[in-house]
Design a protein around this ligand. Sequence first.
Ligand code: UDP
Length: 324
Amino acid sequence: MPTAKKILITGGAGFIGSHLAEKLLKAGEEVFVIDDLSTGNLKNIAHLKNDKNFHFIKGTIIDARKVEKLVKKADQVYHLAAAVGVKRIIDKPLESFLLNIRGTEIILDAAAKYKVPLLFTSTSEVYGKNDKLPFSEESDRIYGSAYHSRWGYAMSKGGDEFLSLAYYREKGLPVVIVRLFNVIGPRQTGVYGMVAPRFIQQALAGKPITVYGDGYQTRCFACVCDVTDALIKLMSHPKAVGNIFNLGSEEEISIKELAQKVKRMTGSNSKIVFIPYDKAYGRDFDDMAHRRPDLSKIKKLINYQPRVNLEQSLLKIIKYYSPR
Ligand code: UDP
């Protein structure tokens, strides 16, 4: 039997990180999670803690000494820890910006020192206000004014991408960059603004379903199950190194239709209400109207094909949030 790899996941107590940890443990690997529990939650990994191959370290990625100790003994690093969610970025711009930039630099630096392959999860947010759909990895990024805090997220993740590529080119660090497009699934919380868990919890509680703006903005939602499978494949594909990949789904839906779908699927009596962006996020908000990935690159390399469609993903979340 091949020996288990030691895998470090930063942000492994978060929504995507916890699913990834679970999958890697099932594959027989030894998993180390570092998480400061700012947006991650021990509940997400409670079912893993008795596995002898699972190790949880509470800590921040800003702690360079702790990070170096963990990276040194790892065979692979998945770097997921970041300030996430539009709401959080707007509420705490300084903290988010510094965590995303400084934290990533600390991880990259340690990985480069010990030549540990690293996968960095970036975001579709980096395409900003570009309106030429679909977005390919080569598409331009267009950002609004620095007065709009929202763009701090795109700027920080975009900066991290440059930094990752610089470590690859100048220090020989094997790095893979993955831009995630609206990942959804069980364990995702609505507290930081994410629309799917918010709508589902609102519908289940019979509270108004809050559509921001006119609801004609569109997104493509991907199941965390498909996304984590693809991350694992990319991490061990030699041709992925030094490259950027879009990852998500091409199934596009407007937010208004999403609200109607959730209402129907939950059998809820909730009203669908429309809330102007300034009331939802404050005065200086800029939303992006549409977002759809071009997935040709990842399809070609790892034969990526989402197995779970939007309705099936929503069902999983509805089940997760329904009273047992
Ligand atoms: N949204 C909404 N109601 C909510 C939360 C979000 O209408 O309660 C909208 C949000 O303005 C955006 C879309 O849903 O247009 C997706 O938001 P999310 O924060 O999930 O992801 P984003 O694509 O903005 O990063």
